[in-house]
Every structure is written in C-alpha cells, then in structure tokens.
Design a protein around this ligand. Sequence first.
Ligand code: PLP
Length: 475
Amino acid sequence: MEPDGFHMSPEEFRRHGHALVEWIARYRETVESSPVLSRVAPGDLRAQLPPAPPQEGEDFSSMLRDVERLILPGLTHWQSPNFFALFPSNASAPSMLGEFLSAGLGVQGMLWATSPACTELETHVLDWLVGMLELPAAFLSTGPGGGVLQDTASSAVLCALLAAREQSTGGRANQEGCRGNLVAYTSTQAHSSVEKAVGIAGVGRDNLRRIPTDDAWRMRPDVLEVAIRRDRADGRVPFFVSATLGTTSTLAFDPLPDLGRICRAEGLWLHVDAAMAGTASLCPEFRALQAGLEFAQSYCFNPHKWMFVNFDCDCFYVTDRAALVGALRILPEYLKNAPTLSGAVIDYRDWQVPLGRRFRTLKLWFVIRHYGVQGLQHHVREHVRLAGEFAELVRRSRNYELFQPPSLNLVCFAHKRGNAAGERALERVNGAGKLYLSHTKLADRYILRFCVGQAMTRAHHVHAAFQALEEAGDA
Ligand code: PLP
C-alpha cells in the first residue's frame, strides 16, 4: 500500500511491530542479568537528549536503538526475578498482549454506546472476580452494587470517599461545596492515598483522623469508637472509614469484623483497601484474612500488583452503585444518547473521575483466561511459600532477625546489630545491582522488606538474595 501522508504504512507497522515483540521477548529473557536498580544520576538522561524535537520524521529502528542506548540504563527492572522491593508490578505476557490489543483497537468506553463490548466485558469480568475471590455477593452487578476498573487504588479510595461524602450530605456537597464538618478515619498504617483523597475531596486533611494501631499494626477499633464519639460530641459529622487488608509497610490486616460493626452502628461508609493482598483471596486458604468484608460499602484491590496484570488495573467494587453514580454523574448534551437515557445500560464514565476510559479489561480478561483460576492460585501459593522459605533463612541468620512472622508474600526483618547496620546492608546489596529490596521504619526500627511476587522469581533467586544479604550484613 502507498504511504498515506506521513503515517507509518501497514507494512512498516507489521515489520516494526514484529521487531518490537522480539525486542521485548529478548529483554525479558535477559533482564535477570541487568542491575535491578537503575544507577543513573539525576539529569543523566536529559543531558543526552536533543534539546529540540526532530523536524523531519525518523525511522522506528533508530527509536528502538535509543531505547537500548538511552532509556534502558535509566530503568529499574521491575520485571527482574530479583526485584523484591515495594510491591510486585508484573507485566505477564498475556497481559501485555491485552494491553497492546487495547491500544490497537483504540476505543473509548466512557459510555456503553461508545463501545458496548468494552463496558459489558468489564462488568462481566468484575463479576467473575467476585466469585474467584469469594467477595460478598453484594458487589455483584446483578444486584444494586457492582464493580468497575479504576487506574489505581488511589482513584478507588477517592471515588469511595466522594460517594460517601454525597451520601452523608444528602447530595449537597457536590452543589454547595464541602462545609468542613465531615470527618474521615483511617489507621496510622494506611496508605498515603487516603490522606491525598480527603484533601482532593474537600474534606480536608485536618479532618482525617489517623487511628493508632495495635502491636501487629492493625487499626484499633476501641480507639476508633472513642474518636467517632468525640467528634460527634464536638458537632462534627463522622462519615467514612478506610480500612486496609495488607498495609503497605508490613501487610497488616485491620480487624474488619470489629471495624465493620462500629461503622454499621454509627452509619459510616466502610471502604476496604486490599491493594496487594487482595490477590491472595484467589486461594481459599487465605480468605479468612478478608473476614468482615461483608460490612464494607466499597472495596478495591490491584491486579496490577500481584495478579500478573500490567499497570494500571484496579478493581473497585461498591454495594450501592447509585451512591457512586450519584456523586460522579454529569450528562452534558453532547453525551446524551438513547441507551443512556433508557437507563438500561452502565455508563462507566459515571463511576470514575475522568470522562474517557480505555479498554482496560482486555488484559485482565486475557490473564484470567491464560492462567485459569488454578494457574493464578499456583503462583500465589508459590510466592507465599517462597516468602516462608526466606523467613526460615532469616530465622537461622547470623545477622538478621524477623521483625514479625511473614505475612503472605512479605517478610519484614531487621539487622541484629541495629538500624545503621541494616541501612548499610541494604545500601550495599541494592548498590551491587544483583537484587533490589526496600525498607520501612516502625517502632524506631529500620526494617528491611522482602516482598516475593515477581512472576519469574524462583527458589534459587530467593536463596541467592538471602546469601547476598547475609554477606552484606557481615560488614
Ligand atoms: N494501598 C496500599 C495498601 C498500597 O500498598 C498501595 C501501593 O503501594 C496503594 C494503596 C496505592 O496503590 P496505587 O498505586 O494503585 O494507587
């Protein structure tokens, strides 16, 4: 076919597309040998980039060469089997293919009418996940609730908060603004996205109470109850609690049954953030950790962390979609269409902050269909088992001790000779490039976090990582 203007021809697209797939496959086969943590200094990349964009188009192969030459050195390799930091962010092969297909189709799913399959597949797959994780049936779309894909858990908590805000103000906050007497609660261990959300929602960061935790870093229900009472006595309006299943620092699980009973008695919206740990519920033996979820009005977890779906993909559920849609719905003339006006379809633009939305479900659908429930369960169990093996090595270590028993796929441990020794050991192993793990600080202790969840991590990577840590800890 003749080139059309300056566009890439279909033939060129085929050629470069095949080359890119080959490049990615090779990258993933060899990523293990690259230093996990990028070693560039601030400004290194920009100093090598031309100050101005090209006036004439360039060949794709020169772009790919520059990816190797300029971009790769500035990457931390999240897909390395030696990545044990923060949380896993897997880009599995079926997920990447789904992402690519989504880009190839290039549809917008803001309204049912703008791509019906985009909406209906999403609703269906999110219903599948309710069964796969044994979530409360109230989250199914077949009742008053339902699920939607958000980009991140941060967006999910913001949407939950906005829905709760509208509900508790009888729908006035959207119109009149937030009057400053609403109060939200979360634990001192909750993710920073809760604090960000209360700021954005106009509730005000000063009106977020950070409830202390017990000795296992779980929100204390007794303190929550007292705080709610005190706020009511001061003329404030408690309206929202965000609990966590699997906190960021130590993967602690807030006591949902107790928190839920308080929320129900006090009429507060309970949101549950299970960003990474939610994936564990694929396995029946880990589902006890989500006991009490039936009290929640909203829930989210991130398949983009531990369920092999590449970023971004957050599953967000509500028990009352009318509350969510009531907070976010807006219908300008140019979006009016017969299916919307009939009320017979879901328009997901009303379930999120942005208007536009891409076909995010494809990658989730591909992952679930490629692995099957059993395949996903296998890998989750394997990661938990490997974390257990690592914890065993720490128990026998000459340098380290467990800070707490392992929680699912996360092991928190500390240097026996104190914080400075732990910090030095971490700097040494991360600097050597063979692995990457991160830290947290709790109870004045410098804690190393070893999170197993990368798709390609095997037992020998875990054992080699421990060996490197042990040697770094000697010095
Ligand atoms: N909640 C918890 C418990 C997390 O650990 C994290 C990420 O580390 C988040 C929320 C934020 O996730 P996202 O990047 O999807 O907003």
